[in-house]
Design a binder for this molecule. Sequence first.
Ligand SMILES: [Zn+2]
Length: 386
Amino acid sequence: MYNLCALSLRLSSRHLHLSRLEMAQAMTVHFLGTSSGGGPSESRNCSSLVVDCLKTGQLWSITGTTRQFAFQPHDTPLWLKPQNVSKMFITHLHADHILGITGFLRNVLFAPSIDPNVVVPANPTPRIEIYGPAGIRNFVRSTLIMTLTSTAEKFVVHELLSTDDAPTPCSPEVMHSSELVGRDIHCTEDGFWRNFTQGEGVFGDVVVDAGPILHRDPCLGYIFRETGEPKRKLVILGDTYDADPIIPLCREASLLIHEATEAHIPSEINPQYKRSLETVQRVALARGHSIPQQAGAFAKTIGLKSLFPAPRYERDKRVNVMREIERQATEAWDSGRNAIAAYDFMRVAVPAPASMAHASRMQQVSYADPSEGLVYVDKRSNKRKR
Ligand SMILES: [Zn+2]
């Protein structure tokens, strides 16, 4: 276990200008990939992020691959590494959200010892816990078996089951050799999964809820919330064309991450852009995705404090296009605050309320040059780094 305070000092002194204590108390989201609706692309990794909200310094990830950790800027804090991920939350089973799991487990769980005298504990606890919709257990198990993967440490897959879902059995003859028996977590009568896992946060427990959102196929949104004061709440949604079913879990959220895969870009911003707003809306809906106005409207409905649409637009005219996406979401949000379009390796800190009096402090703590993709600018020295 590492010393969170000491490492946070590095982060705060470089970028955030929060005190060491403020940084240690912040709930921080690190975007590893922001390609909504597919990917990886030329300048965006597949959708993935890690949340740093625990006293222990362990990380919770929404999907993830070791590859994306490896792409991080060289000045990334040392603790942002796959080995510190203890729980992984999967939104849905589309390829861009789950194909990285196999490599991730192979990397984090290590290969078994070739020394026959090394004794594996008889009843080990899982090194990684994976939560996801029905089918994720079978996917993880099958791909590990098919790729002849054996590991030194154990994993477990817990499935969040809707009323129509059948549990995936955990019997010795079908399980992977490194797999432990997972929980079948059934939704309550109102269709939600509340407080199905938790961890020790700085001010008390951080618990996790989940609920359904509408996409082409079954999809979940996750809520990480403090049970005691200051009751911060992070809402992280998977792909969706309509997130209304999860609204009851999202009221008074501190931060919302909502996709915006399609957007209508006016010709004065991008002369090559030809599609009308109606066409864009129709395409987004047909593919199960959102436009920035939907992200903003959802933020308004739940009484949100900060919003990060994750778009899929690439580097052509990207700065202006990103600003336009932010403008559209901000206008629909109508809160007097500004939405920010997420990009790979952006970090967002949600400080404890004592710090939140300074609104400017709720800001990104790392930044990329959007016109050049994966090139990073140190604003202090104005040096560019790859
Ligand atoms: Zn999808």
